[in-house]
Design a protein around this ligand. Structure first.
Ligand code: EPZ
Length: 441
């Protein structure tokens, strides 16, 4: 049954939240366990929908997944991996994009994989061409079948020299999860190097993989025949941490985010400081707060790591609606990630989106009819309204806008937010938010 949030705005969020393992690492580390010949243990695992989806997909394929009732740690045992029925896979894949990353590990484990047509947040076309090209370069046979794609590799996967046209996080993970047990050496140029990628490499190295990241975004993997298990504590979710930081600015509040890690958020922290946000950086987390004065507008361009993450821009844009002046955000990673601004405009925000690349460098989406630059003028008084959540980060942005707005907002479709924000309604309540949850009639 879907839920509805009725939010009464105008209450600053103050208090403490705990952020646990990164949504964009934990499901990948779970898939990596399939490559091992013994059980693995994953710690700091959040209770989010994406973990549930991957748990059921792995169980479908014969992997036992046990969750410690106290800590939430997962023990994954891949020793009885087996094929699964296509209909069952499709039924369990949900709107996750993770199934595509099962290809390499399943081919190594059982010789084949079936991937249903994928979901994922509606922030662009979300193609998988890079993934399929990578698998073909490893020697896999990729066949389009009704409802999805069948991949097999009769002679096993062979190391390859691969160059990505764009530093895709998913395609880099596809290479890592396929190459570690492939025969021979793989050299990947144009790789993504996000902290979540480096944490996945740490997981694979614990299993026995030989992987090096060079200075020019090249990753070199020496294939090994067998891998063992791992015992790993997932890095914390920098995207959730950045979301709570923006929430503190938007609601003029003060939030200590336990688990926020300076090392993984350096670019965000610089931007947060330039907007006028306050921060105290500690060893166990970061305090983010509104200093009481005005917020500053800025010109921002999203990019791959170590640039400003695309996943950070949506909540921050809500803060920019409160800045005194004109801000510009040029989204260069996804072609259609400003749909969430429609609801903000209905609430009173002054935002225009444009087809032009309003940034320092023309990006892949320039002159291709994608509304991928935004101009935000502030400060704007936000007023509560009815909102239907469009995607994960946009949905969180709508929540914090409603929390800052005057009046009441009725927010539907909030189940999407469970995909990446652990126990978010409990956290909001703990921070003093004024809202009710009811089931949609
Ligand atoms: C991961 O998505 C994250 N999701 C995204 O987080 C994140 O925004 C993104 O990386 C970039 O950092 C997970 O890890 C589950 P990409 P991914 O492949 O791997 C294009 C969130 O809110 N592309 O780096 O799917 C693609 O369309 C989510 O937590 C192809 O063209 O991202 C996009 O324009 C949102 N063909 C660009 O590359 C392909 O085969 C970057 O995508 C694959 C990607």
């Amino acid at each position: 049954m879907s839920s509805v949030l009725t939010i009464r705005g105008g209450v600053p969020l103050t208090g403490r939240v705990t952020v646990r393992g990164a949504k964009n690492l934990v499901p990948k580390a779970m898939v990596a366990a399939l490559l091992g010949n013994e059980p693995s243990v994953l710690r700091n695992v959040p209770e989010i929908k994406d973990v549930e989806v991957v748990t059921s997909l792995l169980q479908l394929h014969g992997v036992t997944v046990e969750k410690d009732p106290i800590t939430g740690d997962l023990t994954l045992d891949p020793t009885n991996a087996k094929t699964a029925s296509h209909t069952a896979i499709d039924a369990h894949a949900g709107d996750s994009r993770i199934p595509i990353l099962l290809c390499g590990p399943l081919i190594h484990a059982i010789g084949e994989a079936f991937i249903p047509d994928l979901g994922g947040c509606k922030i662009g076309d979300r193609p998988i061409d890079y993934h399929l090209n990578v698998l073909r370069q490893f020697g896999a046979v990729v066949e389009k079948r009704p409802g999805g794609i069948h991949i097999s590799a009769p002679g096993g996967l062979k190391g390859a020299k691969i160059s990505l046209p764009y530093p895709s996080v998913g395609a880099t993970e596809q290479v890592l999860l396929s190459a570690t047990r492939a025969e021979g050496i793989t050299e990947l140029s144009g790789a993504a190097t996000e902290p979540e990628i480096v944490d996945l490499i740490a997981v694979l190295q614990k299993m026995g993989a030989i992987i090096s990241v060079q200075t020019d975004r090249t990753i070199r993997i020496e294939g090994v025949p067998d891998l063992g298990g791992y015992n790993h504590r997932a890095l914390s979710d920098r995207n959730e941490s950045a979301s709570w930081a923006s929430a503190a600015l938007v609601t003029r509040g003060d939030i200590f985010v336990e688990g926020a890690t300076q090392r993984d958020m350096m670019t965000f922290l610089n931007t947060y400081r330039k907007v006028g946000g306050g921060m105290d950086i500690g060893d166990d987390g970061i305090r983010f707060y509104h200093k009481g004065g005005k917020l500053n507008p800025l010109v921002l361009e999203t990019d791959v790591h170590p640039g400003f993450m695309t996943d950070w821009q949506q909540p921050l844009i809500v803060a920019l609606t409160q800045a005194e002046g004109v801000s510009i955000v040029h989204e260069t990673v996804y072609e259609n990630r400003f749909g969430f601004t429609d609801a903000l405009i209905r609430m009173g925000a002054n935002i225009q989106v444009h087809r032009e690349c309003l940034g320092s460098v023309p990006c892949r989406f320039g002159q291709r009819n994608f509304l991928h630059s935004a101009v935000i003028s502030g400060p704007a008084q936000l007023t509560g309204t009815d909102i239907d959540v469009p995607d994960l980060r946009g949905g969180f942005s709508h929540l914090i806008a409603a929390l800052a707005a005057s009046g009441t907002s009725r927010v539907t479709g909030i189940d999407i937010i469970n995909r990446g924000y652990e126990r978010f309604t409990e956290k909001l309540a703990g921070l003093g938010a004024d809202f009710d949850i009811t089931s949609a009639e």
